[in-house]
Design a protein around this ligand. Structure first.
Ligand code: NAD
Length: 492
């Protein structure tokens, strides 16, 4: 039987609950995992490690809500999504602090980027659904017309990672429910708190019970139960490439629709004719924002040989000035990494770089922050490499670590940029329009930024090629993913 205890406030012992059918409930097997605060290494809460039975409960709730939600008018769906957006904005401080405590990111960043973007996701898809049109085709000379019905899929799953927790969680949930689906969503077990808080916001905004169900737990238990569920028809997943490959393997024989947003190893290509100061400021951000834990970070920096020495000197000077500190301090540029195991993974790559005879230009060590000695801090690190083939240039590190190396020619840098398994994004710094077009055409990535980085217009397609993923999110692409196109042909 489903336990329907409602848990409105976060108590000092913040045991979070699943949000199923509009209420917060305990996991059926009373199985819990620890939630760590990365800024001090202290366990501050418990997270349900939900079982197959919990996922089944969520599925039953979602399935029951579907007939009514899928028939709810677009205006009403839109109104509710926009209300969720407004409530997130009204709770900005609370959500930003919760995100920072879970993830280690500076509160200032969560306040400026993560939570406002989560609110924008709901507002954007609340509006977009009212503009989502389907096609019709007149079969000329045959007295027939075809039109396309865009129908919601049914019960769909959204699975998200820890680096931009609420931002990416809502980037999936908002289009899924806007399109009329009911959702089973699983945030990362490492950063569940803002997803937990979102349930209450959705209830307050009037989202009918069962439209959104949030189950918490490990990927290998809760996540696995979701992807194996025969009646969950589509999975929108953001996370690591290995997990994406595993999900694809499980989902294929069950014929699930998949959107996979995976890892990246993105080139940041700097030509001598760029606007230098603008490039330098943005390159600091594209290297180290969110402690370098953004799939879009430009972790391989290639610099035209004629400005390499100057760039190396200026960049390293600027990186050394970045302040590593507690995420709540306004002076902090670099907060804590998300977990101890992730910190060790990143540190291991610094050892790999040394073993490959690369040069650590700055950083490379753990940082002990006064009063938070057990937190997971690391210096922003710049590694000079002599080849694109080394492991630190080929494997995703996902931390505050970038490599730099010079290049001689446009063809040469293009070859290096594309010589990697991943293909998520690339950044180009140049004022040469012809070169911009040549490079944009030939870079093997889903996104190219020119003279900017991570500038996002939510109408644009988002996603990667090669090992960075399959499918596109954003704008109508997301609404297309979360609907089935049905052609109706009428002979008149
Ligand atoms: P991860 O793959 O370990 O986990 C992501 C999510 O998948 C988590 O919720 C996890 O619990 C779940 N999961 C794990 N195993 C599962 C299984 N067997 N079945 C179902 N779900 C399972 O990734 P992470 O470490 O949380 O996130 C970091 C990765 O995400 C990086 O590789 C990063 O590049 C990538 N990422 C990609 C994008 C993008 O848009 N392309 C955005 C952000 C992060």
């Amino acid at each position: 039987m489903v336990n329907t205890e409602i848990h409105k406030e976060i108590p000092a012992f913040a045991g979070i609950r699943n949000y199923i059918n509009g209420v917060y409930i305990h996991p059926i097997q009373d199985n819990w995992i620890d939630n760590y605060n990365p800024s001090n290494g202290v366990v501050y809460g418990k997270i349900p490690n939900s079982s197959k039975e919990d996922v089944e409960n969520a599925y039953i709730a979602a399935k029951s809500a579907f007939p009514s939600w899928s028939q709810t008018t677009l205006e009403e769906r839109s109104r509710i999504l926009i209300k969720i957006s407004e409530l997130l904005e009204a709770n900005l401080q609370r959500f930003a602090e919760a995100e920072s405590k879970d993830n280690g990111k500076p509160v200032s960043l969560a306040k400026k980027v993560d939570i406002p973007r989560a609110a924008s996701n709901f507002r954007f898809f609340g509006n977009a659904i009212t503009q989502f049109a389907s096609e019709s085709h007149e079969s000329v000379g045959q007295d027939a017309i075809n039109f396309t019905l865009r129908q919601p899929i049914g019960v769909v799953a959204c699975i998200s990672p820890w680096n931009l927790p609420l931002y990416l969680f809502t980037w999936k949930i908002a289009p899924a429910i806007a399109a009329g689906n009911c959702v089973i969503a699983k945030p990362s077990e490492i950063t569940p708190m803002t997803a937990y808080l979102l349930g209450d916001i959705c209830t307050k905004a009037g989202l009918p019970n069962g439209v959104l169900n949030i189950v918490h737990g490990l990927g290998t238990t809760t996540g696995q139960a979701i992807i194996e569920h025969r009646d969950i028809k589509a999975i929108s997943f953001t996370g690591g490439t290995a997990t994406g490959a595993h999900i694809a393997k499980v989902a294929a024989p069950l014929f699930k629709k998949l959107s996979l947003e995976l890892g990246g190893k993105n080139p940041n290509i700097i030509f001598a004719d760029c606007d230098y100061e603008d490039m330098l400021n943005t390159t600091i951000r594209s290297s180290f924002a969110n402690q370098g834990q953004i799939c879009l970070c430009g972790s391989r920096i290639f610099v035209e040989a004629s400005i390499y020495a100057k760039f190396k000197n200026d960049f390293v000077t600027r990186v050394k000035a970045l302040k590593v500190g507690h995420p709540s301090k306004a002076s902090t540029n670099i907060g804590a990494l998300v977990s101890n195991s992730h910190l060790e993974k990143v540190m291991n790559y610094i050892e790999i770089a040394k073993a490959e005879n690369a040069t650590i230009l700055c950083g490379g060590k753990k940082v002990v922050v006064k009063d938070y000695e057990n937190g997971y801090y690391i210096e922003p690190t710049v590694i000079e490499v002599t080849s694109n083939n080394c492991r630190v240039n080929q494997e995703e590190i996902f931390g505050p670590v970038v490599t730099i190396m010079p290049f001689e020619s446009e063809d040469g840098v293009l070859e290096m940029a594309n010589s990697v398994n991943y293909g998520l994004s690339a950044t180009l710094w140049t004022n040469d329009l012809k070169r911009t077009m040549r490079m944009s055409n030939q870079l093997q990535t889903g996104i190219v930024w020119v003279n900017t980085w991570m500038m996002r217009d939510l109408r644009t397609p988002f996603g990667g090629v090669k090992a960075s993923g399959v499918g596109r999110e954003g704008g109508f692409e997301a609404l297309r993913f979360f609907t089935e196109a049905k052609n109706v042909c009428i002979k008149y």
